[in-house]
Design a protein around this ligand. Sequence first.
Ligand code: ADP
Ligand code: MG
Length: 721
Amino acid sequence: MAHLRFKALERANGRPKIEVKAPGKISEFYGEDVFGMKEMQQLLSPEIFKKVKKAIDEGKKIDESTADEVAAAAKSWALSKGATHYTHWFQPLTGSTAEKHDTFFDYLSGIEKFKGSQLVQQEPDASSFPSGGIRSTFEARGYTAWDPSSPMFIYGVTLCVPTIFVSYTGEALDNKVPLLKAVEAVDEASVKVCQLFDKKITRVKPSLGCEQEYFVVDKDLYNTRPDLVLANRTVFGHSPARGQQLDDHYFGSIPPRIYNFMKDFEYEALKLGIPVSTRHNEVAPSQFEVAPVFEDINVATDHNQLMMDVMSKVADRHSLKVLFHEKPFAGLNGTGKHNNWSLITNTGVNLFQPKSSAKENLLFLTFFINTIKAVYEYADLLRASIASAGNDHRLGANEAPPAIMSVFIGSQLSAVLDELEKKGNVKVEKGDNMYMKLGIDKIPQIILDNTDRNRTSPFAFTGNKFEFRAVGGAQNVAGPMSVLNLIVAAQLTAFHNEVKKEVGKDKDSDKRMAIVKVLRKYIKESKKIRFEGDGYSDEWVEEAEKRGLSNIKDTPRALDSYLSKQSKKIFGDMNVLTETELEARNEIYWENYIMKIQIESRVMGDLAVNHIVPTAIAYQNKLIANANGLAGLKIDNTEVIKTIEKMSGYINTIKSEVVNMIEERKRVNQIEDTRDKAIAYCDDVKGKYFDKIRYAVDKLELLVDDEDWPLTKYRELLFLR
Ligand code: ADP
Ligand code: MG
């Protein structure tokens, strides 16, 4: 087997250089494959364009005759750009995107056609997508419906229509439906609260900017690692002698081969209207990051999904593989996707931007404090929203940050909240400067310098936005973003009700004082969730436990909070998901988890038994011959014998533990209840065997002759130039 590894290494090191040049100035090709507002304005009659724009701005439905016009315009635009097919592009709960291509060409009439009805709705043959039992396979009826708020685009030769995916009885079957509904909920709740301050605010939209981390490895080397191919992560592999201790890779210069790949995928992304703007190395060797400028949350979500796809496709041209898995390599930095999130009003105000005027600052503080309170109240639900088999290696595993939800706000804002907590009940008389009395007349507008950055917090305020950092690298952000917007919506609604009550109590009371009173209460109540220290330290785990914060370490259990009474209530109240939908989804998430662990366990067993053990035995036989030879010559062979013994120990461990693991899998597979089965896979298959087997294999890697080792090693995978 080792010869495959060396052949691949030879190919990886001998690649011809691929130089990538920009197709022109970015301003000339940015968004050229997008059927955006500009294109619609050009191709639609003014009257139709106005209707479409209004519908998009207000999130309203588009009627059939308008849809016909849009379809006709989209078709002629797409044909002029060489497209031959169209597809409804959607995001089922498998985690990726799905499409089914249909040709524009109509065989009967001999011309290309695209009707409004084809644009608006389609029935994909989608019986194989998970539905959690909502839509049983024999009545495999679900449909995709056009989402005009995300623009159509051409990908390859196909016009892609962003859509949502629902069952005929109306249940959500995808990632986008709950997101769109949560966005609506947070809009409504935010507007109500904003109206306490400013009647001109009639619409509030969430924005999102995703910083995407990823690893890159050579494609041939990747193909020598069945674990990477099948499970997207290495189940074995000893850490390289030079890990990330030196951090010299971080912000260092980007290796030329990667640099050309980056440019290449960025140009593709830019053509698709994805506003990629920054690129740099990440902490671990061969780890990088790309970040677009923030956009409307719905579009940003689609763009992140699309970008991951573009990256994978372009990587192929460079004989590379992109890994989005949360922990492809043990002992090295994991892969996350920081979700930068804010709320922006129709009047152009970012509600998380501290202002210079004290009055406006109360609005800022209202949203700021309510968000912290939301994270406090619904920490477990937020934790559930980032649960996945992959992310379990990043959150709560040995070397990773813990799975504790906490909020970092920086010393300056901590001081502001402390002040408000202290002074919040001073008497404010007529004629007083209330803001001064409360100590909130001055809030530093530029909150953070680099020394005040805390990179270990799962949820951090970074100057004018919150950054949800615990999201996994491979995840569809629609999940966590649905939950974040939902919990903030629920919290703002509660806040609005409390303020109204306060105002109702006392006719003369100042509305602002009522607001301050409730905010002060929230500051006190949610104090426990605020943490400014090192989130990766053991002390924090202890401290958090004392504070009574949850630290839910694994996916099967984390998912439970989707079904708590509290969660069901807000999902229902805010009209985001029904109980049936929540239950169906959890069924899918647990199934998904089971599948992932099952695959990892199988890959582990196969590799160990078919590749590692035979290699180790062959090498051990060489050592035995050597030991005998030495003995024949009356030369001391104790060291060789020690190695032989050590190897025997590891080989025996592997053999017996793999057998035990398979037996355990057989037992666990009999469990009927999906949740119980997922927990058993977590505790009894993964928990009892993965580390044990890995430990023995990784030890053997250090003992067996490098020439014989079958698996491409970390140092070979990771130090690509
Ligand atoms: P860092 O690595 O320091 O956290 P980056 O500049 O890499 O910061 O990423 C910041 C991300 O936050 C970018 O995607 C940026 O567009 C986004 N962002 C900036 N302002 C906002 C905002 N108001 N709302 C949402 N995202 C924002
Ligand atoms: Mg960041």
